[in-house]
Design a protein around this ligand. Structure first.
Ligand code: G
Ligand code: G
Ligand code: MN
Ligand code: NA
Length: 254
C-alpha cells in the first residue's frame, strides 16, 4: 500500500516512539551519563516494530519526514520534562534529515519548541550529516548559525564515512564530531592503522568535541578513554531503549 498514507496514519495513531541511547563521558575511570540520542521506532497496531532504515529514507522521498520531524521536536519536550521530573539532567540529541533543513517551516517549529523549552532548560543537539554541507558551504554555515542562535548544538553524524573534505571543518561552526562506528570496530585489534587518535587531536585543535559511536567492548572503550575522546555511545554502555527503561538505567549513574 501507499507508504505516504501509511506513515500519515501512523502519525495520527501515535505509533512512533523515540528510543534513547545513552551517551557517556568517561574520565579517570568514572563514567558519567551526559546525554542521550533519540532514535525513532515505528510500532504498528499489530505490534510490528520497524527500525528507521525501513521508513526514514521513504519518508524523506515522499515528504512525510517534515511532519514526522515536527512530531520528534514535540516529543523531545515531553521526554525532557519526564527526565527532569526524575532528576535526570542531560542533553538530548536528535537526528535531522537534510530534507528538513531545506524547508522554512522547520525553523518556525524550532522557534516554537525552543520558546517552550526555555522554561524547562532543554539542552538540545541536532545531528546532521555531511551531505548537507557539501554543495553550498555558505548556505550550510548560515543554516547552522541560525539553529545555534536558539542555543542548540550541532553534531556532525557518521563522520568519516562520506566524501568529506576536512576543509569544511575549519569553516563551519560544528560543536561535535560523531566518529562513525566503522572506525571504532577495529580500534582495539588494529591500533597501528587507526586514524581515530588523529581525528580526536584534530577535533581538539579545532575546539570541536568528539563522540565515538558503536562502542561494543571494554577494550574499545579503554582505547577511546586513553585517546581523550569526550563522549562515547554504543552497546557497551547501553542499547537504544524506551524512556521508562532509560529512566531506571540512569539511576546507576547517580
Ligand atoms: O538504531 P537505528 O536503527 O535507530 O538508526 C538507524 C538510522 O536511522 C541512523 O542512521 C539514524 O541516524 C536514523 N534515524 C534514527 N532516528 C531518526 C530520526 O528521528 N530522524 C532521522 N532523520 N533519522 C533517524
Ligand atoms: O544516527 P546514526 O547513524 O548514528 O545511528 C546510530 C545507529 O547505530 C542506530 O542504528 C543504533 O541503533 C546503532 N548503534 C548504536 N550503538 C551501536 C553499537 O554499539 N553496535 C551496533 N552494531 N550498532 C549500534
Ligand atoms: Mn545519529
Ligand atoms: Na552515526
Amino acid at each position: 500500500l501507499d507508504m505516504h498514507i501509511k506513515l500519515k496514519k501512523a502519525l495520527e495513531k501515535n505509533e512512533f516512539k523515540l528510543y534513547l541511547q545513552p551517551q557517556i563521558s568517561y574520565k579517570q575511570g568514572i563514567p558519567t551519563l551526559v546525554g542521550a540520542e533519540a532514535l525513532i521506532r515505528w510500532e504498528t497496531s499489530e505490534g510490528i516494530m520497524f527500525t528507521p532504515d525501513k521508513f526514514i529514507p521513504i519518508s524523506e522521498n515522499n515528504g512525510m519526514i517534515i511532519p514526522i520531524g515536527e512530531w520528534i521536536l514535540d516529543e523531545i519536550l515531553h521526554i525532557h520534562q519526564q527526565l527532569k521530573d526524575n532528576n535526570i539532567l542531560i542533553k538530548l540529541a536528535i537526528n535531522i534529515s537534510t530534507k528538513q533543513l531545506e524547508v522554512c517551516s522547520f525553523f518556525s517549529k524550532i522557534e516554537e519548541v525552543m520558546t517552550l523549552a526555555a522554561a524547562q532548560e532543554l539542552m538540545l543537539e541536532m545531528e546532521i550529516t555531511e551531505s548537507f554541507l557539501l554543495d553550498d558551504i555558505h548556505g550550510a554555515r548560515k543554516t547552522i548559525q541560525e539553529i545555534q542562535r536558539y542555543g542548540i548544538k550541532i553534531a556532525l553524524d557518521d563522520f568519516g564515512t562520506g566524501f568529506s573534505s576536512l576543509n569544511y571543518l575549519t569553516r563551519l561552526p560544528i560543536d561535535y564530531l560523531k566518529i562513525d562506528k566503522s572506525f571504532i570496530d577495529d580500534i582495539a585489534s588494529d591500533e597501528q592503522k587507526s586514524i581515530v587518535p588523529y581525528i580526536i587531536s584534530m577535533a581538539q585543535a579545532l575546539n570541536i568535541q568528539t563522540i565515538a559511536e558503536g562502542i561494543e567492548t571494554q577494550e574499545q572503550m579503554q582505547k577511546l578513554a586513553d585517546y581523550g575522546c569526550s563522549e562515547m555511545q554504543g552497546y557497551y554502555w547501553g542499547k537504544p531503549m524506551p524512556l521508562e527503561t532509560f529512566i531506571s538505567f540512569a539511576q546507576q549513574f547517580k
